[in-house]
Design a protein around this ligand. Structure first.
Ligand code: KG4
Ligand code: ZN
Length: 366
């Protein structure tokens, strides 16, 4: 049972976000503040800067979404925050505020696994045919995570494979840096690749054709670095940079499509009723990658669903929605929940075992 509107808070990395959802999942208000400007001069996310920025901006953003939703804190039914995995400073800021609100308003608190929030986003009303019934296969492709997961139910996830080295977004960011593009590099690299010849540099396709669903990107990244270093000294000509970007992007798309085909075959054998391939994470914004995954899915008899880009990247709507899914099962968390920098999706405590469900609010409000 969802007792009323749910406030969601996301502070696990470099987006400070809050959202209010009605119990049925309608978005009443949402806001995302990117810290891109703070981190760009450093070429990546600096944890201490991220934590301080969350501390500086989160209270204002929460007030803003509450006003936009037309609610006082006393009008909330529950409050949720990403409790991990992520950078501990940001997790402490978001969880601290959420628990304070839970105590002040006397409402349940839900600690959300950030990966679970990405995994369940597609079930938001109106995003997928039939509301994306379980089971489905999820490809999570972001800057920090790259994994392939069978989503069998709330809290029921089977990891089929993941990256052996870099996350795919991380590979985009590193290659973009080699090409002199600013951070975060994925979107800039995609724009540059649009003018390039994707066949000029035959970069390796790591893991292509191998059994299983694991990924690897460090060899590809090294191949790009060697190609860049072989170019004549001085600034890389724009057309060469564009050809490198396009050739790299094509290699990534081929690898992801191949890995997805393997994962779909494995998933399909275990779940003959599953017909959806869901893609989430910032890299899902990439049109070339989406197209490659779409045809891989179609080839295996699956349909690709990708939430809109603003819901694929880090946001608080997904946190509030994951809380609604858990509250519907009677799940909430104690106020002494300790945020977890590492929190795998298949951790045993993700599963809603009967013993942990239907906790009455009075038992966890101090
Ligand atoms: O999911 P996300 O917003 O944050 C986390 O990493 O959790 O993903 C950000 C990542 C960055 O590495 C960024 O470069 C990459 O997604 N990205 C893209 C594109 N847009 C964002 N990569 C390739 N093509 C894009 N259009
Ligand atoms: Zn994320």
């Amino acid at each position: 049972m969802v007792p009323g509107p749910v406030l969601g808070i996301e502070t696990s990395c470099d987006e400070t976000a809050a959202a209010v959802l009605a119990p049925d999942g309608r978005v009443l208000a949402e806001h995302v503040l990117s810290q891109e400007r703070e981190h760009a001069p450093h070429g990546g996310v600096v944890p201490e800067i991220a934590a301080r920025a969350h501390l500086a901006h989160l209270p204002r953003i929460v007030r803003h979404v509450m006003e936009e939703a037309g609610l006082a804190l006393s009008g909330l039914g529950a409050v949720a925050a990403s409790g991990g995995p992520g950078l501990i400073g940001g997790l402490l800021v978001g969880s601290g505020l959420a628990r304070g609100i839970a105590i002040g308003a006397g409402i349940p608190y839900v600690a959300i696994n950030h990966l679970e929030a990405h995994a369940l986003t597609v079930r938001l009303p109106g995003l997928a045919p039939g509301g994306a019934p379980f089971p489905y296969l999820l490809l999570l492709l972001s800057g920090g995570h790259c994994q392939c997961v069978a989503v069998e139910g709330v809290g029921r996830y089977v990891r089929l494979g993941g990256t052996l080295d870099d996350a795919v977004g991380e590979a985009f960011d590193k290659v973009a840096k080699l090409l002199g593009l600013s951070w975060p590099g994925g979107p800039a690299l995609e724009r540059l690749a649009a003018h390039g010849d994707d066949a000029r540099f035959p970069f390796p396709r790591p893991m292509l054709g191998r059994p299983g669903c694991d990924f690897s990107f460090s060899g590809l990244k090294t191949a790009v670095a060697q190609t860049v270093n072989r170019q004549p000294q001085g600034a890389l000509p724009r057309d060469t940079a564009a050809d490198i970007a396009a050739s790299f992007q094509a290699a990534v798309a081929d690898v992801l499509a191949d890995r997805a085909r393997h994962a779909l075959a494995r998933f399909g054998a275990a779940h003959p009723d599953g017909r959806l391939l869901v893609v989430a994470g910032g890299v899902a914004a990439n049109a070339r990658i989406r197209a490659a995954l779409e045809s891989a899915a179609a080839g295996e008899g699956f349909t690709l669903v990708a939430p809109p880009v603003r819901l694929c990247t880090d946001n608080a709507v997904m946190v509030a929605w994951a809380a609604i899914e858990r509250l519907r099962l009677g799940l909430a968390d104690p106020l002494d929940f300790a945020p977890r920098p590492r929190w795998p999706l298949d951790a045993p405590d993700m599963r809603p075992e009967p013993a942990t469900i239907a906790i009455p609010p009075s038992s966890y409000i101090v």
